[in-house]
Design a protein around this ligand. Structure first.
Ligand code: ATP
Ligand code: MG
Length: 326
């Protein structure tokens, strides 16, 4: 079976780390057909559009999408692309790697963040010169869809249930609905859960991240808390992410275009390669995904390393080392 993969490198180091990721995928014994498309600042400059219609259509029809990064136009690119794949959950692992400087080297977390509503649903108004408002939307259906995904996600030997993070003591209607729905679905599935208020979570995760494993949260809380966890594991450079929908999904490194090093061939490809491992796992190839992750881990620990990790290797050197270990 051939899997059609939309490949959208975008701008800056997206142009360097995305080919590294597809090189690694090509080294696997899986039949991929890569179809490349444009998005971002450069194509906007050339055509007036940051996300050409054909790129949107490609992401909306391919089995999965691999995205690099977009510069100034990031919001005009990534929000519609998440919509193109029908994404309702954003998966953000935050894991420290052996040999890499981290504030909390014992951190190994996965955030499952609601990806369509909450305060990011876009209902903002300026009522008067003095007053602006925002309507926060939480639906039972989106909360249920996220919870069902979370229950399937933790249905392996690696996980015992998940933690629901919310602020239902203050936002009783919206986070109350979120919390009650997620807990109810978990009950139906026989999945164990516990709950932590989001402000308390911020403190607890800094002091003792090991007490958490899979964290299920509303949109804004997930955005902020997963960035906080990124800080605990040593910054954005190594972190992958996935935007998953019912039928397709989009995978991207958490970092941006890194304009300060773009074009030099020295970007660390690890986050893009780990994102590609998530893509492989999403398509059902668990062993191949684990093999990529092991090869990346060994390369991070033993080298070669790019400059951001204190080495002097190029993007290509690191990619070749990962492929060798595969
Ligand atoms: P953008 O607006 O596209 O997010 P940015 O200036 O915020 O761009 P980021 O890509 O978010 O840049 O990166 C922040 C810092 O981390 C930069 O100094 C960048 O060089 C570094 N960085 C990010 N990703 C990588 C990577 N893959 N390899 C090496 N350094 C990286
Ligand atoms: Mg940035």
């Amino acid at each position: 079976m051939t899997h059609e993969i939309a490949v959208i490198p975008g701008d800056g180091i997206g142009q360097e780390v995305t080919p590294a990721a597809t090189d690694v995928l090509e080294a696997l014994d899986i039949d991929f057909e890569f179809v490349e498309a444009d998005a971002g600042d450069a194509v906007k400059e050339a055509t007036g559009e940051a996300l050409p219609e054909e790129t949107y259509e490609l992401a909306a029809s391919a089995d999965a999408t691999l995205f690099g990064a977009a510069g100034e136009t990031a919001a005009d690119v990534i929000l519609p692309l998440r919509d193109a794949v029908g994404s309702f959950v954003n998966i953000r692992p935050a894991k420290a790697y052996p040999g890499i400087d981290a504030v909390r080297p014992e951190t190994d977390l996965v955030f499952l963040r609601e990806n369509t509503e909450g305060v990011y649903a876009g209902h903002e108004d300026r009522l008067t010169e003095d007053v602006s408002t925002l309507t926060r939307v939480v639906t039972e259906s989106a909360s249920r869809e996220l919870a069902e995904f979370a229950c399937d996600y933790v249905d392996t030997d690696e996980h015992d249930g998940f933690t629901i993070v919310h602020k239902a003591n203050v936002m009783r209607e919206t986070d109350g609905l979120f919390r009650d729905t997620v807990a109810e679905v978990a009950d139906e599935y026989g999945v164990e859960t516990d709950e932590v208020l989001m402000d308390a979570f911020a403190t607890h995760v800094c002091l003792d991240p090991e007490q958490f494993d899979v964290v299920v949260c509303p949109n804004l809380a997930g955005d902020v808390l997963s960035d906080l966890a990124a800080g605990l594991v040593g910054g954005l450079g190594l972190l992958p992410s996935a935007n998953v929908g019912t039928e397709r999904a989009l995978f991207e490194p958490v970092h941006g275009t890194a304009p300060d090093i773009a074009g030099e061939g020295v970007a660390n490809p690890a986050a893009a390669i780990i994102s590609a491992a998530m893509l492989v796992e999403y398509l059902g190839y668990d062993e191949e995904a684990a093999a990529i992750n092991e090869a990346v881990e060994a390369t991070l620990e033993e080298g070669p390393r790019t400059a951001d990790l204190g080495g002097d290797a190029s993007t290509e050197d690191v990619t070749a080392a990962v492929i060798d270990r595969l």
